[in-house]
Design a protein around this ligand. Structure first.
Ligand code: NOJ
Length: 568
């Protein structure tokens, strides 16, 4: 006897399916008592895949290398890794020139290696975040190859093509951020195409619905493959003025020798936010997180990236924090207060693959390890999600090229010697004291700095006072202490020019963080009565070097740090 569903059984089936999918969604979106989601309690860690771990000893890192380090990452206290682009690419901009959005560059492995990495990540509670490059593709992408082939090609309008102003003259004065005009004349069709970055990175035309569709579908494809989110590259550059008006020219020239320019007519168009809302809708289908590369000039701009009611990026990165380049408590306080007052969850970063490592930016050349620990204890205890950069936890320093012929990053060659490029902050992870810092048995694509002999995972693991062990302690506390996970942030002693101190409080319990950002010992007196801790005493949880206190008076050694429990 065959079973034929009646209308009522079909409706029942539909209802059941609907309620099951609702409960599946509810299960995948756990929110804690404070309404916080997984990414608000997670610690993120950026990996530059060329430089993290080389499993096949060809001098360039790969996905199997990353998989082999999952237990290291978990033990360190990392919950999610953001891998910079690992898709097929001619590597002009080391992966930020994507030639296929749905595959892995053979240099890094293949899709099976990717699946293995996701599985290893799951085993070790490490989620995978990929880097999505929506603004441009590689000029080798089949879409661009077709686009440039004729003025009537199917993909012609997927990119931005225009006639020149006059013979051989670009359509307007826009400058590529990597040097020279932002327009390149393509002889095949005698029109210019637009590129905010290198000429090998033509900008996609996001006003074409077909582009929007294929890009949104591309993110969904990776979510279905186990990715927990994306870092979105260069989001402010997605749209340009359709009338292509010239940009205002400012005084002086930049490191590439081009006139300084205000990118008024080719960045920050309101349509960007429409795209972000659409990307977010797709992300929400999979409980995924969107992190933004959001270079903003002020908190209002940053605020807009969260969207109305939080419907755009969950995690726009606060780069204004990285522009505080000296150990200045007043400037840090100002910056944190601004971001704390924005309408979203703060995201703190102190280093990445485009900026000089924090070890060099904050280090004074004598106390760099103490300062590296201080900075770790600082941004890992703020209210918000931190994104670490690989190697920061061992005090890795920049290793800038000293000769033009050694430079790999193209902007370092065209801008030499004012601009040395970004090779210095992209050198191989330092695992141990063996040749090439244990990264590869073959000479790596970039050399590690000589300091790898002392600053590496193996050596620092054995030293209780190392930068690595300080990071581990702070990260362990961050994962378990309710005041750090859920608590408010209150700046203390706001007139103090030397010591950055604050209270993280939650449900009548609190932690005090005090960081001496000066080279002399500092004595500070705390009055925690306004915060409801009138007769509190302190109990050290983490200090480096030792801090001493007498009731509410704390003495910190030069660049000393203290994280203490406030006991009523
Ligand atoms: C920002 C990336 O972080 C950088 O490395 C890259 O060169 C540009 N976007 C272009 O994609």
């Amino acid at each position: 006897m065959s079973w034929r569903p009646s209308l009522s059984s079909l409706i029942l089936l539909l209802l059941l399916t609907f309620s099951c999918s609702l409960s599946a969604a509810a299960q995948t979106q756990p929110v804690d008592a404070e309404g916080h989601q997984w990414w608000q309690h997670a610690v993120f860690y950026e990996i530059y895949p060329r430089s993290f771990a080389d499993s096949n000893n060809d001098g360039v890192g790969d996905l199997n290398g990353i998989s082999s380090k999952m237990s290291y990452l978990h033990e360190l206290g990392v919950d999610a890794i953001w891998i910079t682009p690992c898709f097929p690419s001619p590597q002009v901009d080391f992966g930020y020139d994507v030639a296929d959005y749905r595959n892995i560059d053979p240099m890094y492995g293949n899709l099976a290696d990717f699946d293995h990495m996701v599985a290893e990540g799951r085993k070790h509670h490490v989620r995978i975040i990929l880097d999505f490059v929506p603004n441009h593709t590689s000029d080798q992408h089949p879409w661009f190859q077709d686009s440039r082939s004729s003025r009537t090609a199917e993909h012609r309008d997927w990119y931005i093509w225009r006639d020149g102003k006059a013979a051989g003259q670009p359509p307007n004065n826009w400058i590529s951020i990597f040097g020279g005009s932002a327009w390149t004349l393509d002889p095949a069709t005698n029109q210019f195409y637009y590129h905010f970055f290198y000429a090998q990175q033509p900008d996609l035309n996001w006003r074409n619905p077909a582009v929007e569709k294929v890009m949104l579908d591309g993110t969904r494809w990776w979510y279905q493959r186990g990715v927990s989110g994306f870092r979105l590259d260069a989001v402010d550059t997605l749209f340009e003025d359709p009338q292509l008006r010239d940009n205002p020219v400012l005084d002086g020239t930049n490191k590439q020798g081009d006139p300084n320019m205000q990118n008024k007519n080719n960045t920050n168009f309101p349509e960007v936010h429409e795209v972000l809302r659409k990307l977010r809708k797709v992300a929400d289908e999979s409980d995924a997180v969107l992190i933004g590369e959001t270079w903003t000039a002020n908190v209002d701009e940053l605020d807009r990236y969260y969207g109305q009611g939080g419907n755009e990026l969950q995690m726009p990165m606060d780069f204004m924090f990285t522009t505080v380049n000296k150990l200045s408590p007043p400037e840090f306080r100002r910056q944190i207060a601004a971001v704390d007052g924005a309408h979203g969850w703060p995201v703190f970063v102190i280093s990445n693959h485009d900026i000089v490592r924090s070890y060099n930016r904050y280090g004074d050349g004598k106390n760099n390890d103490a300062i590296a620990k201080l900075m770790g204890a600082f941004y890992l205890t703020l209210r918000g999600t931190p994104i670490m950069y690989y190697g920061e936890e061992i005090g890795m320093e920049n290793n800038d090229p000293t000769r033009k012929q050694d430079v790999k990053d193209p902007i370092g060659r065209t801008g030499w010697p004012q601009e040395k490029g970004r090779d210095g902050e992209r050198t191989p992870m330092q695992w141990n004291t063996t040749p090439n810092a244990g990264f590869s048995q073959k000479d790596p694509w970039l050399p590690p700095p000589p300091s790898f002999q002392t600053h590496n995972v193996a050596t620092e693991s054995k030293d209780p006072n190392s930068v690595l062990n300080l990071y581990k302690k702070v990260l362990a506390l961050r994962h378990t202490n309710p005041a750090l996970l859920e608590g408010t942030y209150t700046a203390l002693n706001q007139d103090d020019p030397n010591v950055m101190s604050y209270l993280r409080a939650y449900k009548g319990k609190a932690l005090l963080v005090a960081l001496n950002m000066s080279a002399t010992p500092q004595k500070i007196v705390f009055n925690l009565a306004p915060q409801g801790f009138a007769s509190a005493t302190l109990k050290t949880l983490i200090a480096s070097p030792k801090a001493s206190f007498n009731r509410n008076e704390v003495t910190l050694l030069p660049f000393g740090l203290l994280i203490a429990e406030v006991k009523q």
